[in-house]
Design a protein around this ligand. Structure first.
Ligand code: DGT
Ligand code: CA
Ligand code: ZN
Length: 581
C-alpha cells in the first residue's frame, strides 16, 4: 500500500513550502490531505479519482498528484521542490521545538545545514542570542535531538499494523499459505514495534518465500532461505516470515509471540515438570515424546495453566494470576458501545453530527459524545459559548429523530495554563459530558501541571480527563505530571480517565491503565476522531487497554446508555462529598 508513502510525500511538501515561507492555507491543505490519506482504509493506489475526491481535503489538484505518484512512483512538483530545499533541512523539522521559521533563520544566519551541525552549535552554546533562542531553548533543542535519535529503532503501532495487515492479505491472495498469523509485539499490541514477525504453514514454503520477497512493499531483501526470509519495507520496517510445520504451528506461535520474558518463565516451569518447551512443541524430557504443539493452548495446558491472552504476556504477574485462576476476563472491541470523544465541523473535525452518527451506527455503537474544542483553543477553532449552545440545540434536535441511538452533548474543555476551566460551571452543567484536557503550557513544572489536572477533576462537571499525559509517541514525551496524585484524585472525585486510542497517543499508557484499574477508576476508551475513518482507531485503544488488564466493568463505554448516564451523574454526587485538599 502506498498510502503512507503518499502521505509522507505530502507532508514533506508541506514542510518544504513552510521553510520557503509559502502561503499557510496551501501548506495546511497538504497537511490535511496527508493526514487523511494516512488513515484512509482502502488502498489509495487502487482508488478511482472520483472516490479519491471524497476524502476530506483532496481536490482536483491533489487527486492528480496522487495519480501521478501512483502510476510513475515520481512526483515532478515534489522533485522540483527538493532541489530548492535540501532534505537535511527538512529533517531538522523532526526535532521538537524546531519549526520552519527557525530552520530558515538558522540556515540564513549560521549556514546550519543539518541536525549534526545544529547539535554541535547548540552544545557550544552558539545559538543563544539568535532571534527567539535563549539558553533554555538550546537545552530543549539538545533534548529534542536526543529524542529523534532514540526514535529511529521503534515505530508506533499505528504505522506498523496496517502494513502488516496488507502484507498478510497479499500473501493470502498470492501465496500458497494455509494458515498465516502475526506474532511478536504486534500480536501483543505493544504501543511501539521494532519489527513485524509472521508465521505461516504451507505445502510449498519455497513458493511462499518467492512471493514474499517480491511483494510490492519490499525495498530490500535481507535474507532469503527455504523457510525463513526477512525483508525491509519501503517504510524501513523489517518483516520476518517463517513457514513452520503444521504439527508445531501452535508452539511456534507461542514462541514467536513472546515476550521473551514470558517464554523464559514458561520454560522454567516446564523443566520443573520434566517437560521441555521450544518452538517445535512440548516434549517429555525423559522419553523425548512430543506432548503437544499443534495448538497454542497445548503449551499452557501442559503446564496446567489456562490460556493467557497475548496482550498479557510480559511476565508482569500474568503467570502467577493464571496459576491462581485469577486472570482478568479481558474486554473486547465488540464490547464497546460508543465513543466518548469525537469532533465535528463545529471545531476542527471534518464532518457533520449526522455523518458521525452514521459512522458510529455502522460500527454497531449505541451512542457517541460530541466533544468539540472549547473557546480557548483558537488553533482548533474552539467554540464560543454561543456556538456551543447552538450545537447543543442541534444535538437535541438530532437526538429526537434518532431511534435506538443517543448523542451526548459534550465538550473537550481546555484546562487553561493557569489551571482555570475554559467555560464557567453554568455552561458546563448544561452538558451531558465534559472531557477536560491540557493543550498548552506543556513545559510547566510538575506541580503546576498536576495541579491543573487535579483542579479539573475536582470540578463537579468534569467527567473525563482526556489524553492525560500529552505524549505523542516518537514526537513528544509525556509532560511532567505526578500520575499517582492524578489517579488518587480520580479515585476520590469519581472522575474517569481516558485511554486515547489515537495511535500516536495511546495515552494513558498500559502501566498506568493497570494501576488505575487497581484503584477502581473507570476508564473511557476514546478515539478523539476528527475524520470518520478515525473511529477505527478504537482497536488500538482496546489493545493497549487489554495490556492494562481491563475487563468490561472497568470500561465506561462498554456500559449501556442508561448505566453510562447514571455513572456520569454519580460523579457529581460523589464530588460533593469530597473535601478540597
Ligand atoms: P519488538 O522489539 O517490538 O520486535 O518485540 P518482539 O517481542 O516482537 O521481539 P522480537 O521481534 O525480537 O522477537 C519476537 C519473539 O520471538 C519474541 O517476543 C520472543 C521470541 N524470541 C526472540 N528472540 C528470542 C530469544 O532469544 N529467546 C527466546 N526465548 N525467545 C525469543
Ligand atoms: Ca518483533
Ligand atoms: Zn479531542
Amino acid at each position: 500500500m502506498k498510502n503512507q508513502e503518499i502521505a509522507k510525500v505530502f507532508n514533506d511538501i508541506a514542510d518544504i513550502l513552510e521553510i520557503k515561507g509559502n502561503n499557510p492555507f496551501r501548506i495546511r491543505a497538504y497537511r490535511r490531505a496527508a493526514q487523511n490519506i494516512d488513515g484512509f482504509a482502502g488502498d489509495i493506489a487502487e482508488t478511482p479519482e472520483e472516490e479519491l475526491r471524497k476524502i476530506p481535503g483532496i481536490g482536483h489538484d491533489l487527486a492528480e498528484k496522487i495519480k501521478e505518484y501512483v502510476t510513475t512512483d515520481h512526483l515532478e512538483f515534489y522533485e522540483e521542490l527538493k532541489k530548492e530545499v535540501p532534505h537535511s533541512l527538512v529533517e531538522m523539522l523532526s526535532v521538537p521545538s524546531i519549526g520552519p521559521k527557525t530552520v530558515k533563520m538558522l540556515f540564513e544566519k549560521l549556514k546550519i545545514n543539518n541536525i549534526d551541525e545544529l547539535e554541535q552549535l547548540a552544545k557550544k552554546g552558539e545559538l543563544k542570542g539568535l532571534p527567539g533562542i535563549q539558553a533554555k531553548t538550546e537545552e530543549n533543542i539538545l533534548k529534542g535531538i536526543a529524542m529523534v535519535r532514540r526514535r529511529t529503532d521503534r515505530f508506533p503501532i499505528g504505522r506498523v499494523l496496517p502494513i502488516a495487515e496488507d502484507i498478510l492479505k497479499k500473501l493470502k491472495d498470492a501465496a500458497p499459505v494455509k494458515e498465516i498469523a502475526l506474532a511478536g509485539s504486534l500480536r501483543r499490541w505493544k504501543d511501539t514495534i521494532k519489527d513485524i514477525d509472521m508465521l505461516a504453514t504451507s505445502r510449498d514454503p519455497k513458493k511462499v518465500m518467492n512471493v514474499f520477497t517480491r511483494l510490492p512493499h519490499v525495498k530490500e531483501v535481507l535474507m532469503k532461505g527455504p523457510t525463513k526470509s526477512s525483508i525491509v519495507t519501503r517504510e524501513n520496517i523489517q518483516v520476518d516470515l517463517r513457514v513452520v510445520e503444521e504439527d508445531s504451528v501452535g508452539a511456534a506461535l507461542a514462541y514467536f509471540t513472546g515476550s521473551k520474558a514470558h517464554n523464559i518463565r514458561l520454560r522454567e516451569m516446564a523443566v520443573k515438570k520434566g517437560l521441555k518447551i521450544n518452538e517445535y512443541g512440548v516434549f517429555d524430557i525423559k522419553t523425548n515424546k512430543k506432548i503437544g504443539g499443534k495448538n497454542e493452548a497445548d503449551i499452557y495446558k501442559a503446564l496446567g495453566l489456562p490460556f493467557i491472552p497475548p496482550e498479557l504476556r510480559e511476565d508482569t504477574g500474568e503467570i502467577e494470576a493464571a496459576f491462581e485462576r485469577k486472570l482478568p476476563e479481558l474486554f473486547e472491541l465488540g464490547d464497546i458501545k460508543g465513543d466518548l470523544h469525537v469532533h465535528t465541523k463545529y471545531s476542527d473535525g471534518s464532518h457533520d453530527i449526522e455523518e458521525l452518527v452514521d459512522e458510529a451506527r455502522k460500527r454497531g455503537y449505541k451512542y457517541i459524545a460530541i466533544t468539540d474544542h472549547s473557546k480557548g483553543l483558537g488553533v482548533a477553532r474552539g467554540m464560543s459559548i454561543e456556538k456551543l449552545l447552538e450545537q447543543n440545540k442541534k444535538i437535541e434536535a438530532v437526538n429526537k429523530r434518532l431511534k435506538n441511538f443517543f448523542l451526548l452533548s459534550g465538550v473537550e474543555m481546555d484546562i487553561r495554563s493557569d489551571g482555570t476551566m475554559d467555560y464557567p460551571d453554568e455552561v458546563l452543567k448544561k452538558l451531558d459530558i465534559v472531557v477536560a484536557s491540557i493543550h498548552s503550557g506543556f513545559r510547566q513544572s510538575k506541580e503546576q501541571l498536576t495541579k491543573r489536572l487535579v483542579s479539573a477533576m475536582k470540578n463537579p462537571f468534569v467527567s473525563i480527563i482526556a489524553h492525560p499525559t500529552g505524549r505523542l509517541i516518537g514526537e513528544r514525551d509525556a509532560y511532567d505530571v505526578d500520575m499517582d496524585e492524578v489517579l488518587m484524585t480520580a479515585r476520590d472525585t469519581g472522575a474517569a480517565i481516558e485511554v486515547n486510542a489515537y495511535p500516536l497517543r495511546l495515552d494513558l499508557s498500559d502501566i498506568y491503565i493497570r494501576k488505575a484499574k487497581g484503584m477502581g477508576i473507570p476508564l473511557a476508551i476514546s478515539t478523539d476522531a476528527h475524520v470518520a475513518y478515525q473511529f477505527d482507531f478504537m482497536r488500538y485503544g482496546v489493545g493497549i487497554a487489554r495490556r492494562g488488564w481491563l475487563e468490561k466493568k472497568d470500561v465506561l463505554n462498554t456500559y449501556p446508555y442508561k448505566a453510562l448516564q447514571k455513572r456520569l451523574k454519580n460523579k457529581q454526587y460523589k464530588r460533593s462529598s469530597v473535601k478540597s485538599r
